[in-house]
Design a protein around this ligand. Structure first.
Ligand code: IMP
Ligand code: MG
Length: 178
């Protein structure tokens, strides 16, 4: 275990097993779709989760990415700016957003609104982790890997100041590290 990690919440094995289950569920839920579902990964934190998840998808799908960041120096929470936009048109498409964690929900709410604004037919959300107790808006994930308490977590894509994304497990960051 990394020295900055207080405890491991979910091992690599547990995450892989959860991704198998979620992949089977998604393959079932989207199997009658007329058009291929478009998976949209939110950079950068979703990459390890997305990479594991799509190995367990047995239907045809397509992949694109979007990167967003919060506006700095504004008072209005939840204002995000798009740093990297989608490469493809999403008019009339069914989309599954892949996120590492939903905390307040503000990021995912804005991205959902943006994708509908760009003409998406349906936008659903899958998140590896969900901190339900922190939610400040009425947005829910359609698929959740694991529910967690209000603790700062790292690993499997999740960072603190861009560090720890490479850890193969999800752990709680020691208080003295932030
Ligand atoms: P939200 O808009 O508050 O839902 O913010 C979600 C984003 O905050 C995530 O995509 C993460 O980048 C970040 N975040 C929230 N909680 C954690 C955490 O415990 N560890 C690492 N990043 C987090
Ligand atoms: Mg994120």
């Amino acid at each position: 275990m990394h020295q900055d990690c207080k405890k491991i919440l979910f091992s690599e094995q547990q995450i892989v097993e959860r991704c198998q289950k979620l992949g089977q569920q998604l393959s079932q839920d989207y199997k009658d779709n007329k058009h291929n579902v478009l998976f949209v990964g939110i950079l950068k934190g979703s990459i390890p989760f997305l990479a594991e998840l799509i190995k367990h998808i047995s239907i045809d799908m397509e992949l694109d990415f979007i990167a967003a960041s919060s506006y700095e120096g504004t008072e209005s929470l939840g204002d995000i700016k798009i740093i990297k936009d989608l490469d493809c048109s999403i008019i009339n498409r069914d989309i599954l957003i892949i996120e590492d964690i939903i905390d307040t929900g503000l990021t995912i709410k804005k991205i959902k609104e943006l994708l509908y604004h760009k003409g998406a037919h349906d936008v659903k959300v899958i998140t590896l982790l969900n901190k339900q107790s922190r939610r400040v808006c009425d947005v829910q994930a359609d698929y959740v890997g694991f529910e967690i308490e209000n603790e700062f977590v790292i690993g499997f894509g999740l960072d603190f100041n861009q560090k720890y994304r490479n850890l193969p497990y999800i752990g709680v960051l020691k208080k003295e590290c932030y």
